[in-house]
Design a protein around this ligand. Structure first.
Ligand SMILES: [Zn+2]
Length: 747
């Protein structure tokens, strides 16, 4: 007893719980440094009789690829020893002392222990060491997913394998393979060869953003598909890395590629090509029995290829336009006593649910499938926020959380003009990191239905695999902290671990990860005479700022000057000599200088009152946003703009004392994101009794609306009136459109 007590005492005296400095991501459940290092020779021996062949190969390959260490099978003094133990209280334990001892429960646990060990090894100047430590680890959630859309853009088998390699290395275990969509059918179905002969190829592809007008297309055949042999190869490959592949066959919407191959599957039965445009299309699978039978036949083949418990059947974004005007759909409605096309959607999903359930599978679908009731086995993927997930869990359905706000990796990671074109939305690393998988509002009983979560990568704007990696990393590292780690460290500690330990690893693995996290934060504040921009580095480094000026009085000439410090003040002046200017920022952590462009005008930093509050999601820097000299970027990257969702938006702007002749108000026209130009602006001026009187109304015709000013006033009130509703035939038809405003430029 005394001896044990003493040993315990010594251990605690010399060891330290320094979880924040643990190099492994996701952070393990416990980590204890015991002091000292274990250095690794270029050849090491391993006792691995309990390890599966796959895991032994994984260990060998990783040691070799990452650290040029060779595994040898000399038995006298092993460097690493693997032990399998069913009695372990955790998934695996790593003890680094004179020998490295790894104890694990299952083969998957051994795989994760090897991945962790790779992240413990440190290489400096050719010397390879491991800190002496004790680790114990188990995952928090069972569904740790990453999704890849191969329909909008196609990725080869090797690229898909690479995607799986990287996710497995970071302990993700579910690969959601989005195999069919409007723009391409990517899985061979033997019974229906035209699905891939015709449906896997499109003749043109949209260039630039969906919201651009006019739209431009590249007229080039584009496509590809996976044969059933290739699918089996990927599934087997993933299984070796303890990744389950969940296929998605989208229905009844997002079916244009299938309809192009077999027009009789739709309501109109007319030929339509595989579209090269993104979005939601009216032509979906008809609900008639023949189409349902077709889908069952397709699923027969799908089920054979994928051993996963779940088959994803989509279920989202299915407009009812065609169903509402189809005799065959009407017949299904009346024969089954359904009320309308919405109940028909549930009936449609239910048939798939029953069919797959009878085959021993479970369905999972986007949260729209909840609408009409589901079989007990069915699971829901909550993407339109967290409500669908909460509702499903309340109904005792398993749930995978994947809300757009935190899990859509096709959104922008920063507001930098250098980000590659993306669909829109703003999801920086920190936001992913601060996501909590279990919704706050959920009850304790419903909580246990949350299987986990996943990030989705839709590839409309992602043309090659380099960009796939750019969008996924490092955001996947932030997400896995939420999915795996029971002992998540704070964001700053995570960042430190990321840059110290994970970046060198990602570089060794040649991952094209995004460095956006190192962009300095741009803080804008009001000064007495304008606004001040301060660039705050996330690392203790000196930023180099140079200014490029565009001077009116000298024609278009460039002046380049170095700025001192990290701040720059922009003053509103009576005569604007400079229309605008750019500040170029150099940081040793960024591959190239970043350009920030600012606008000069007489309204910089003047008081603004937001009578109508912007939506909290789109409130950026509050009222200052409108007069901060940063003109909202197009396409919208999620910041810089104020977003309102009201019929009328009221804003009061103080005017400068000098003569104001013209005001320009910037609006965003991004119809695909439900953001529309408003109908008009009503200008009001205040009389001596403080009563606002209408001065003029201007109809909005363009994104930068110029207003000639003939009134003398100290303050102006803008009443921005939106259009009534999103017009028919557009995404979000019938809903209140969003109004996005920035900037109010005063001359
Ligand atoms: Zn129909």
């Amino acid at each position: 007893m005394i001896i044990r007590f003493l040993v315990g005492f010594i251990l605690t005296a010399f060891s330290q719980q320094v979880i924040a400095q643990c190099s492994i991501i996701p952070t393990p459940s416990s980590y204890l440094e015991v002091g000292g290092e274990h250095s690794l020779e270029k050849q090491i021996s391993v006792v691995s009789t309990s390890l599966s062949k796959g895991n032994r190969d994984f260990l060998k390959e990783q040691l070799n690829n990452l650290f040029s260490i060779e595994l040898i099978t000399v038995k006298k003094k092993p460097t690493i020893q693997f032990l399998r133990s069913e009695k372990l209280n955790s998934s695996y334990e790593i003890h680094v002392g004179e020998t490295i001892i790894i104890t694990y429960k299952t083969d998957a646990d051994a795989f994760y222990a090897i991945a962790s060990l790779m992240q413990l090894i440190d290489e400096k100047a050719g010397v390879v060491t491991v800190k002496k430590c004790e680790i114990s680890d188990s995952p928090q959630f069972q569904w740790r997913g990453l999704h890849l859309d191969v329909a909008r853009h196609f990725f080869t088998v090797d690229e898909v394998k690479r995607y799986i390699d990287l996710m497995a290395f970071y302990k993700f275990n579910t690969f959601h393979w989005h195999l069919t969509d409007d723009q391409g059918w990517r899985i061979e179905i033997k019974q229906y060869p035209r699905l891939t002969e015709v449906g896997a190829y499109r003749d043109s592809t949209l260039v630039g953003h969906y919201n651009a007008s006019p739209r431009v297309y590249e007229k080039k055949k584009y496509g590809g598909f996976y044969t059933q042999e290739e699918i089996k190869e990927v599934v087997a490959y993933a299984a070796q890395k303890y990744v389950t592949v969940v296929p998605e066959i989208e229905l009844p919407g997002h079916a244009r590629a299938a309809i192009a191959a077999y027009p009789e599957l739709s309501c109109t039965e007319q030929f339509l090509p595989v579209p090269g445009l993104w979005g939601v299309f009216d032509d979906i699978f008809c609900s008639k029995p023949e189409t349902v039978q077709f889908l069952k036949n397709v699923l027969d083949e799908v089920v054979e290829l994928f051993p996963a418990d779940y088959i994803h059947i989509g279920g989202d974004e299915a407009p009812k336009e065609r169903w509402n005007h189809c005799e065959k759909c009407e017949k299904v409605i009346s024969e089954n006593g359904l009320a309308d096309a919405h109940e028909l959607q549930s009936y449609f999903i239910q048939q798939m649910d029953d069919y797959l359930t009878a085959k021993g599978k479970k369905i999972i679908g986007w949260d729209e499938i909840l609408e009409g009731g589901l079989s007990t086995n069915a699971a829901v993927m909550s993407w339109r926020g967290e409500e669908g997930g909460i509702e499903a869990a309340n109904q005792k359905h398993n749930v995978v959380m994947s809300p757009t706000t935190y899990c859509y990796f096709d959104y922008y990671q920063s507001g930098s003009a250098d980000e590659p074109l993306a669909i829109g939305g703003f999801l920086p690393l920190e936001k992913v990191y601060n996501y909590s998988i279990v919704p706050k509002e959920i009850t304790a009983i419903a909580k246990k239905y949350i299987l986990g979560g996943q990030a989705n990568l839709w590839t409309e704007y992602i043309e090659d695999f380099e960009q796939v990696e750019y969008m996924v990393y490092p955001r996947a590292l932030a997400l896995i902290q939420n999915l795996w780690s029971k002992n998540k460290v704070n964001y700053n500690d995570f960042l430190a671990v990321f840059s110290t330990y994970q970046e060198p690893l990602l570089q060794k693995m040649k991952v094209n990860y995004s460095r956006s996290v190192y962009l300095p934060e741009l803080k804008i504040s009001r000064t007495e005479n304008g606004v001040e921009y301060t660039f705050v580095s996330k690392r203790n480094e000196e930023l180099k700022l140079t200014k490029e000026t565009n001077r009116f009085d000298m024609g278009i000439g460039l002046q380049i000057g170095e700025l001192e410090g990290n701040s720059y003040e922009s003053q509103r002046t009576i005569f604007q000599l400079e229309e605008g200017y750019s500040i170029n920022l150099k940081s040793s952590f960024l591959p190239k200088p970043i350009k920030y462009t600012f606008k000069n005008h007489s309204g910089l930093g003047l008081p603004v009152q937001l009578i109508t509050k912007p939506h909290p999601k789109y409130s950026t820097n509050g009222d200052l946003t409108l007069v901060d000299g940063v003109v909202g970027a197009r396409p919208w990257k999620g910041d810089q703009w104020l977003g309102f969702n009201e019929k009328e938006t009221e804003i009061i702007v103080d005017l400068p004392e000098n003569n104001v002749t013209e005001i320009t108000v910037g609006f965003l026209d991004a119809k695909g994101s439900w953001i529309y130009l408003p109908q008009s602006i009503v200008l009001l001026v205040e009389d001596e009794n403080g009563v606002w009187k209408k001065s003029k109304e201007v109809f909005i015709t363009e994104e930068y609306q110029k207003i000639d000013l003939s009134v003398k006033a100290k303050r102006l009130k803008f009443k921005v009136i939106s259009i009534d509703e999103i017009p028919k035939g557009n995404e979000g038809a019938g809903f209140q459109p969003w109004t996005f405003i920035d900037e109010i430029i005063i001359k």
